[in-house]
Design a protein around this ligand. Sequence first.
Ligand code: PXP
Length: 235
Amino acid sequence: MRRRLGVNVDHVATLRQARQVRYPDPLAAALVAERAGAAQITVHIRGDRRHVQDHDLHRLAASVQTLLNVEAACTEEMAAILLAVRPHRVTLVAERPGEVTTEGGLDVAAQSAEVAVFAARLAAAGIHVALFIDPDAPQIDASCVAGVDMVELNTARWAETGDRAELLRLAAATERARSRGLSVAAGHGLTLQNLRELVLAAPAIEEYNIGHALVADAVFLGLETSVRRYLELLA
Ligand code: PXP
């Protein structure tokens, strides 16, 4: 299976926003990432707009040659933006105001009816919808109930702890999701150091969305080389 790399360019925008200037441009980064072999460009539009801005989404949607995957929370504000931009995919995430980064998966099990309605609105506009969830059976089963055909498994806990039990949890969740007909992506906290272990433990994960470490590595390696190094680990 050819595994896809989604390059998350949020933190190129973080650097730009730190100075409120026009560079570095996340769109320019997206085009370099595509040239290096990324299958998808991912961005997270946050309620506080700490990195990617609304205008970035419109520019990315117009120029990305592969697929544009926008991560967003299930709010009315985001629904309006997403329906205007119409990216190829939206990945619905949980967001807590003030969090440093995404703290956990969307609790689909606790709100599958609401998530289903929100996802259906996006799907009706031709947007492919995925749910970012913790790698737990109830979340996978609820995602099926919510009517989506793809989940992204939250790898944060394994990435932070390196705990083998967490790796096995990701592998089991991948199998469960696949057996229910879901496509499986993964992301959060993945690095050049930990990625290969996950690929080997859960070979059915089709797509990886990686941002912070990949952009950090690009400071030293250059973005094109950084993307290629991650792609080598997915082969
Ligand atoms: N996937 C999702 C759903 C995310 O929210 C994030 C962080 O925005 C990522 C992947 C990428 O995580 P990281 O920046 O740690 O690689």
